[in-house]
Write a protein that binds this ligand. Sequence first.
Ligand SMILES: C[S@@+](CC[C@H](N)C(=O)[O-])C[C@H]1O[C@@H](n2cnc3c(N)ncnc32)[C@H](O)[C@@H]1O
Length: 221
Amino acid sequence: MQTQDRLKSFVLRKGRITSNQQRAIDTLWDKYIVDSTEELKNILPNTHPILDIGFGSGETTAFISKQKPETFVLGAEVYLSGIGSLLSKVSEDSLENIRILNSDIAPFLEEKVSDNFFELILMFYPDPWPKRKHHKRRLINKDFIDLLNSKIRPEGIFYFKTDWSHYFQEVKKIVSRDKKWAVLEKKDLKNYLLDLPQTSFESKALVAKRELNELILQRIS
Ligand SMILES: C[S@@+](CC[C@H](N)C(=O)[O-])C[C@H]1O[C@@H](n2cnc3c(N)ncnc32)[C@H](O)[C@@H]1O
């Protein structure tokens, strides 16, 4: 399925933007926000490129950019308040190795990203769309997993976390039938990925006593 035919995985609402977020947006937008009509290879250096899909407030994106200056991190988020939060962190820590896509990641990946590009793709706590009638809005399905496979380098990693067990089981079911991925254990990850900060969505899940699940996949073909 072409991504433009699929239902959107988000509903855009105008959230409240704090003065800090607005200031960061006003001053840093031109430098850090990528043109979604441009080929990514013309924007992001090819050295250790990482993608964080749906970064929320950007805790993980900023952490990796700061801890691993030799990488280049693209964060994708549709909500302006989240982008303002990440840009505030960028400003506090003078982060240079980071860029932000302010649009739907699915068509961008399909149309503007070369195959075998990313070394690592993160997708932490994607919107779960818990009602059965909304499951088709979930970003991860078989087509999206195939799209990620083509954009990750051979031996690159897709790291997925969710607090919705139905979503977790569905994704596991998709990859269990798929010979293009190997399932890794947490100990196989690089050290900096073992020490990621807790995101606000993760904290909410813990307060609600939802189980946190994660799946680490390596592209093997
Ligand atoms: C539940 S939040 C998780 C945020 C963050 N990863 C974390 O762990 O806290 C999911 C985020 O994905 C974003 N999102 C949903 N669909 C998206 C899409 N197609 N492209 C880019 N971002 C998307 C939403 O705006 C939302 O902020």
